[in-house]
Design a protein around this ligand. Structure first.
Ligand SMILES: Cc1ncc(COP(=O)(O)O)c(C=O)c1O
Length: 381
């Protein structure tokens, strides 16, 4: 427990995250609380919109700062980042934007969240694309198993950076390198990683990365980010509306010239309150630093795992270096999961069940005391 890195000096948990007054919240892998700063951004937007309509808020200029912060979180250039309404929309940009041939293969895992399954099943239905799902073993997916599934027909590997039900973090650098060396596209559902794990789309050789803000990035639902590697921007057919073009504000002079940056994927008006609130939380995350957030969240998770083992729970999540994430999945040998969740909720402690496993996902602002309270509230297994 003494190994848990400290929060920055003066960081006031209760004012940054008012949720701590009511809940010990361990479901950041589900829908996270928004930060107080994000709530303030929404309130500010509401006041501006109510009192001045769009006249004083400079919302679209402020959104550009959010784009820059989002780019920084994943080490992209702002010109490679588009706003989306959620993770699924970004993945749909990829699935629906590329030209597919019958027999093309997309490889993912058999334990993906459906946002990274149905788009590929849909391609199978529409074009005869083959969707291959590599299985999990003991809460892990060996990169070697993924590589073994690759054939000359493999067009894309599409993975969650962190798997939602096990918390397994893929070796992004190894998979990205493998893909780039073979001309295979690498598409990543990043929602379980962005804001808590280091993401470097450049060194990880990621081609496409998509995440909504409502988990580890501590934004509201419905405002997400999509990264498309610069060299691929013109390889994806965008959904077309009024805003994708160079002279979008020259309404009556129709000039269908697509923008050269990632804004070419943005077909119309933004979810401004969502984007500005996401920006406020991203600024907070960047201020604290992703490296500290990552180290602290892993240390809290490790501390929880120690206590779970002592209490007789079976750990599903790999805690090996590079494979651990913000998610701790575990099993009660007596399978009293729903009963446990309800008991905890009565004590204002929130965990969930996913795929037959209990799942606790603390974020960096949780404390060792929170973990102690969770462990003490869990019945001996
Ligand atoms: C891995 C993963 N992808 C995507 C989502 C959500 O997708 P969206 O942002 O499209 O609602 C979740 C939510 O639980 C998830 O765990």
């Amino acid at each position: 427990m003494s190994d848990i890195p400290h929060l920055p000096q003066g960081f006031d948990i209760a004012s940054e995250f008012p949720i701590v007054a009511r809940w010990r919240f361990f479901n950041h892998a589900g829908v996270a609380p928004i930060s107080a700063r994000a709530a303030a951004a929404i309130e500010q937007f509401a006041r501006e919109a109510r009192d001045d309509a769009y006249l004083t808020g400079r919302w679209y200029q402020r959104a550009e700062l959010v784009r820059r912060a989002a780019a920084q979180i994943i080490n992209a250039d702002a010109a490679e980042v588009a706003f989306t309404k959620n993770t699924s929309e970004g993945i749909a940009f990829v699935a629906n934007g590329l030209q597919w041939q019958a027999g093309d293969q997309v490889i993912s895992t058999a334990v993906e969240y459906p946002s990274n399954v149905y788009p590929w099943m849909n391609l199978a239905r529409r074009y005869g694309v083959e969707h291959i799902m590599v299985g999990e073993r003991d809460g892990r997916i060996d990169a070697a198993d993924i590589f073994a599934a690759v054939t000359p027909k493999t067009r894309m590997i599409a993975l969650s950076q962190v798997e939602y039900a096990s918390g397994f973090a893929h070796d992004m650098a190894a998979i990205g390198r493998f893909c780039r060396e073979r001309g295979i596209l690498f598409c990543v559902d990043g929602i379980q990683a962005g804001g808590v794990l280091p993401v470097d789309v450049k060194s990880m050789n990621v081609d496409f990365w998509s995440a909504d803000g409502h988990k580890w990035m501590l934004g509201p639902e419905g405002a997400g980010v999509f990264y498309c590697r610069r060299e691929l921007l013109n390889k994806l057919e965008p959904e077309i509306g009024w805003m994708n073009v160079v002279n979008a504000s020259d309404y009556g002079h129709y000039d269908f010239t697509l923008r050269s940056d990632a804004k070419r994927f943005e077909c119309g008006s933004y979810n401004i309150p969502g984007v500005l609130a996401l920006g406020a939380s991203l600024d907070l995350l960047l201020e604290v630093g992703i490296d500290l957030i990552h180290r602290r969240t892993l240390a809290l998770g490790d501390y929880l795992c120690d206590q779970l083992r002592q209490r007789g729970y079976q750990l599903v999540s790999s805690r090996r270096a590079g494979e651990a994430s913000g998610i701790v999945s575990f099993v009660d040998p007596q399978r009293r999961h729903q009963q446990i969740i309800q008991q905890l909720e009565k004590q204002n402690i929130i965990i969930v069940e996913r795929e037959g496993r209990l799942r606790a996902s603390p974020h960096f602002y949780n404390t060792a005391d929170d973990i102690d309270a969770l462990a003490a509230a869990l019945p001996k297994a």
